[in-house]
Design a protein. Structure first.
Length: 597
């Protein structure tokens, strides 16, 4: 079916074209009309979220896009008050063209009220275009210097065959690359054939098939290894990645794994896992075909439909074991936008926390004062406010604002007033955490006021997210992708194994989790979503007069920074009961986790 007879195909085409060029006024008017057509909001939300899942955090400040747009369009049609959406972080001037048969007065009324759908959509497109422009930056610079640019041929633009078009690194999180003979990848640079990407931590986004019908976004999730073939195609050696084909042409994106090739249709989205002799392909949307390297019987291509997944295992004798099952986006960090899973914190939660009488309660709702700006402490130690370090981002979920840390530059919070003036017999620290990815980062720590001679600070308490520790020798034998709770005495020569407590299960990237750490007597405890995840015996006491730091391990260094969102930090000079912790979670409207097996 062509775009002339399929309005949704035409809608997708216009949105994708807007990524590369300025639409005419007639095309903008057509796009507006299609967005407001039946199923237009859902189609727009789905495609824009797919295009911007990696970079949307720079512009989207409210509910999940699909939910919000559906609500907005429903309210517009009913003439009711629009849902709350704060897109002030993006300066986006959009002319909402009058719909057919609407008068100028009706158009003026539309512009005068909180009418956000196309503003949000346009802000997404602008942000996505900024991401794409990074990949094209080198071409602009080459043209400015009078150097030849690699123009595409007609055959390449039609995608009639695979040409050697180098993939480009267009964006990435706070990545850690494994040392190798290859230079460290940089945003805006092309990757030559024969290059290998060895990503220890983070997410790196590549644009492949630039300007062809094979154009796609590939996101590799550390730890992972990727090889660039001579024809510009990708070979996933180990780890996880997602592929999103953004072309509406007839071309197919090809990716190689250890056991076979994967062909991805246009406007389709998949997840790949490769681990030696075993590979998985998860089809999130569209169509894909998996072809094994095996010849003869059992080598027929495997066609996948939306929601299907296949696992192919090569056995020692050369036989393949093929198992089909349900696809799962939860297995892939980059498949889910950071704007999803909103945290709705209201007055009921605030009252519940204050009833437990915290010493420190930082809500991150409002920054106050002149430089340095601060977050007011609502707990009993009134002067212990959260001083803003660097430039954190602020994200809005309905009426609740949260802090976003570590995305592009230094950002943290610290208390200049020490806590406490006497060593507490017990304590509880609780906080809502949404990690962007699997990485090793400091969520919150209590450190000594004075630095030691080498400039570092000693810690008496630490709550971290961890990753695979193949580059951190001291933690190499520890479980990966866990919350880690450290409790020790300042200056005491205790081994790491005697102070660390790891959660039993991996944490969930891009999902809000309520985490509480406690020390009472000789018990050291780690709670996740209302369930005791892990505990151990620890005889160390907590030191007095320590400083609070959120977002990084040292107050004057971005080393081991946390990348993600945090909210509602509360510290108590006693051990809260399980009932109190669970009451707090329920007051936030969140479920209590099932017991940890």
């Amino acid at each position: 079916m062509n775009s002339e007879s399929d309005p949704m195909e035409r809608l997708r085409t216009l949105i994708l074209r807007s990524q590369r060029e300025q639409l005419s006024e007639a095309e903008i008017e057509e796009l507006n009309s299609l967005v407001f057509a039946e199923d237009g909001a859902t189609e727009t939300a789905g495609l824009l979220d797919q295009l911007c899942a990696f970079t949307d955090t720079a512009a989207f400040d409210s509910l999940p896009m699909s939910e919000m747009l559906s609500c907005l369009f429903e309210d517009e049609l009913k003439g009711t008050k629009s849902c709350y959406a704060d897109v002030s972080a993006t300066r986006c001037e959009v002319s909402l063209l009058p719909q057919p048969n609407s008068s100028e007065t009706q158009h003026a009324e539309r512009l005068a009220k909180p009418y956000w759908p196309l503003v949000v959509a346009a802000s997404y497109l602008i942000v996505a275009s900024l991401g794409w422009s990074l990949a094209k930056l080198q071409f602009t610079e080459r043209a400015t210097m009078g150097l030849p640019s690699p123009d595409l041929t007609k055959e390449q633009s039609r995608g009639d065959h695979h040409e050697s078009i180098a993939p480009q690194l267009v964006s990435m999180t706070a990545c850690v690359w494994r040392p190798s003979s290859d230079p460290t990848p940089a945003i805006g640079e092309s990757l030559d054939s024969g290059d290998s990407l060895n990503l220890v931590e983070g997410i790196a986004e590549l644009r492949i098939g630039d300007g062809t019908s094979d154009e796609a976004l590939a996101r590799i999730e550390g730890p992972a290894s990727l090889y660039i073939r001579a024809d510009g195609q990708l070979d996933l050696l180990q780890g996880s990645m997602t592929i999103k084909s953004v072309s509406s042409g007839r071309g197919r994106v090809m990716v190689h794994t250890s056991v076979g090739r994967v062909l991805v249709d246009s406007l389709s989205s998949i997840g790949l896992v490769s681990n030696g002799s075993e590979s998985e392909v998860h089809l999130f949307s569209g169509r894909a075909t998996v072809g094994t390297y095996r010849e003869g019987a059992g080598s027929n291509p495997i066609d996948l439909e939306t929601g299907e997944a296949v696992r192919i295992t090569a056995q020692n004798g050369g036989d393949l074991v093929i198992v089909k099952f349900a696809a799962s986006e939860d297995n892939f960090v980059s498949a889910q936008s950071l704007a999803f899973d909103p945290l709705e914190i209201g007055e009921a939660y605030v009252r519940s926390v204050l009833d437990s009488q915290p010493s420190v309660y930082w809500r991150f709702e409002e920054t106050m004062g002149e430089y340095p700006r601060y977050i007011e402490n609502l707990g009993s130690v009134k002067e212990l406010n959260a001083i803003v370090v660097g430039e954190p981002r602020w994200r809005q979920y309905g009426e609740n604002r949260v802090a976003e840390l570590g995305m592009s530059q230094s950002s943290a919070f610290r208390g200049l007033t020490p806590w406490t003036d006497k060593a507490p017999d017990s304590y509880t620290v609780e906080i809502w955490i949404k990690p962007l990815m699997f990485h090793h980062g400091e969520v919150i720590c209590l450190h000594d006021v004075e630095a030691i001679p080498d400039g570092r600070y000693q810690h008496t308490m630490m709550l971290e997210v961890t990753a695979q520790h193949d580059f951190t020798h001291r933690l190499s034998d520890s479980p990966s992708n866990r919350f880690r709770f450290v409790h020790r005495q300042l200056g005491a020569p205790q081994p790491i194994s005697a102070t660390s407590l790891f959660a039993r299960q991996p944490y969930r990237p891009r999902v809000w989790q309520h985490v509480a750490v406690q020390k009472e007597g000789n018990r050291q405890m780690l709670w996740i979503d209302g369930q005791l995840s892990s505990e151990r015996e620890n005889f160390a006491s907590l030191d007095q007069d320590v400083q609070i730091l959120v977002g990084q391990v040292y107050p004057d260094s971005v080393y081991r920074r946390f990348v993600g969102q945090v909210d509602e930090l509360a510290i108590y000079d006693r051990c809260l009961s399980p009932k109190e912790l669970r009451n707090h979670i329920r007051a936030a409207g969140r479920p209590i986790a099932p017991p940890t097996p």
